[in-house]
Design a protein around this ligand. Structure first.
Ligand code: ATP
Length: 133
């Protein structure tokens, strides 16, 4: 069976570049999975958790927006932010979660609700990867 190359890139860095067996990603129209020999495909990415299987293990990566392209047995993810589970600062995510929750609860006139909800979503997905690193 052909193998699959996974590349995850953000504006700041190459987060990951490795051979994998399977990729599951949060597309804007729902999660999609990629095995070797997948047809060419492109999708926007939602905020969420991407996972991949390699060496009989499943690993998780938080991603926030961007898009994914599948072509020639390579999955290229260009994300605004991406963090492997083991690199997430959970104390920071918890602070972001509390800040966003407070903003949403108090709905001050200076608070943008969509912005606070988006921040809450990012923090919630990051926290969901605790113990998954
Ligand atoms: P914060 O309010 O803590 O900055 P945020 O959700 O607003 O959180 P983002 O805009 O999603 O942060 O990300 C800004 C940068 O900080 C990105 O490079 C992202 O990878 C990094 N980052 C944000 N939160 C974390 C975290 N908990 N652990 C590791 N890196 C993080």
């Amino acid at each position: 069976m052909a193998s699959l190359q996974l590349e995850i890139v953000t504006p700041d860095q190459i987060v990951l570049s490795r051979q994998v067996e399977y990729v599951g990603a949060p597309g804007i129209e729902g999660e999609f999975g990629v095995l070797p020999e997948h047809v060419p495909f492109i999708s926007g990415l939602a905020v969420g958790c991407l996972y991949y299987k390699a060496d009989s293990k499943t690993r998780y990566v938080f991603v926030s927006g961007g898009f994914a392209e599948v072509s020639d047995n390579t999955v290229t993810v260009l994300a605004e932010c991406a963090e492997e589970a083991e690199h997430i600062d959970f104390a920071r995510a918890e602070r972001a979660f509390n800040r966003a929750t407070e903003r949403i609860a108090h709905k001050g006139s200076d608070v943008s609700l969509p912005r606070a909800e988006f921040a809450l979503r990012r923090a919630t997905y990051r926290l969901s990867l605790k113990n998954r690193g």
